[in-house]
Design a protein around this ligand. Structure first.
Ligand code: UDP
Ligand code: MG
Length: 324
């Protein structure tokens, strides 16, 4: 059992004027019942409706509410990052504003924190989304965990718990675009996944268009793996080899059967072309490999995370986990 810490609940909000009232009416009683200090950090992600005004009204009557206002719409993950940077709790929970993640499930996450887990992932039971979204997610969850090597069962569920240390790790890695649940697994020491209920979006509509969903998957794929580039390199090398062989065969046949067979030079031209195209793909793949390396260096993600350093005087210094 770990001793209780302050709980920060981080909620990104983009045009959620219809949800806020119902959300707070369910969320605050749950948090009050936990009997631990808490704060609710709502990030207004450049909403165009009255989300911000409603939040400002709520500030007057909800102790524990913190409102973070972003300059424009930066997207859900950027908004969560902004929330993380303002969170003061030792335990941090993210959730959506639309009540698809029932606030009543929060005590379950707190129980896992108490058991000492530093990253709590969730798997949505009986997911209440359209059949297309469920199918798309199933496929992408599989592909993404295969490619990125991160074994999360449900990348999409945002009701998640993070310890202060994991959040610090994420914040210290300001990447241009990232996928928080996946990055978190990189910093976690004792992760766990639990099942939670999932409900239909209470009001309003999904803020994710098909294009936004696609771009999120692309972030996840390119942000955590160089496989797409590696495939280019592999295919390029294969094409170069095939091109070379095809060129050699044509040249050999031309020498054997004479210029008549090669339609007066046309086939020889093909041979040269095959060879050149192959070389091009090879070069492209090689370039890709270098670009991938540059990309990794630019990301500045640490190659390792130090946890303990022991000196000659046997004094122990905590490196990553130095935050109270
Ligand atoms: N959201 C955000 N910025 C955006 C899009 C969404 O802060 O640009 C928030 C949104 O208000 C909600 C959460 O992210 O709290 C998840 O969005 P939504 O429910 O629309 O996504 P879905 O459940 O369809 O994946
Ligand atoms: Mg939703």
């Amino acid at each position: 059992m770990v001793e209780d810490k302050k709980l920060s609940v981080v909620i990104p909000m983009y045009n959620e004027e219809e949800s806020i009232g119902a959300l707070f009416d369910r969320l605050f009683p749950v948090l009050e019942d936990l009997r631990i200090p808490f704060e609710v950090i709502c990030i207004n992600d450049g909403s165009m409706d009255s989300t911000l005004q409603i939040l400002q009204e709520e500030l007057k009557r909800r102790p524990g509410l913190v409102v973070v206002n972003l300059a424009r719409n930066f997207g859900q993950h950027a908004a969560v990052m902004a929330g993380f940077s303002e969170a003061s709790g030792g335990w941090i929970i993210t959730m959506d504003a639309d009540l698809q993640n029932p606030p009543e499930e929060i005590p379950k996450l707190v129980d896992e924190f108490r058991k000492g887990h530093d990253l709590i992932g969730t798997i949505r039971d009986a997911r209440q989304d359209t059949r297309f979204r469920r199918f798309a997610s199933k496929i992408t969850n599989r592909i993404v965990s295969r490619i990125s090597g991160i074994s999360l069962h449900d990348f999409g569920c945002m009701l998640r718990g993070y310890s202060r240390e994991v959040v610090k790790g994420i914040l210290d890695n300001p990447e241009y675009r990232t996928f928080i649940p996946a990055l978190a697994t990189f910093f976690a020491r004792n992760p766990v996944e639990i099942h939670v209920r999932h409900e239909e979006r209470a009001v309003g509509e999904s803020k994710y268009s098909l294009l936004k969903l696609f771009s999120l998957q692309l972030d996840l794929m390119t942000g955590f793996s160089m496989w797409p580039l590696r495939i280019l390199f592999f295919v390029g090398t294969m094409m170069a080899i095939v091109g070379l062989v095809a060129a050699a065969v044509i040249v050999a046949l031309r020498l054997y059967y004479g210029p008549g067979w090669a339609v007066e030079g046309v086939f020889t031209l093909f041979a040269a072309l095959f060879f050149l195209v192959g070389c091009q793909f090879f070069a492209l793949g090689l370039l890709g490999e270098y670009i991938g390396r540059i990309f990794q260096a630019v990301r500045k993600r640490p190659t390792f995370i130090l946890e303990w350093v022991k000196g000659p005087e046997t004094q122990t210094k905590k490196v990553l986990r130095s935050i109270p």
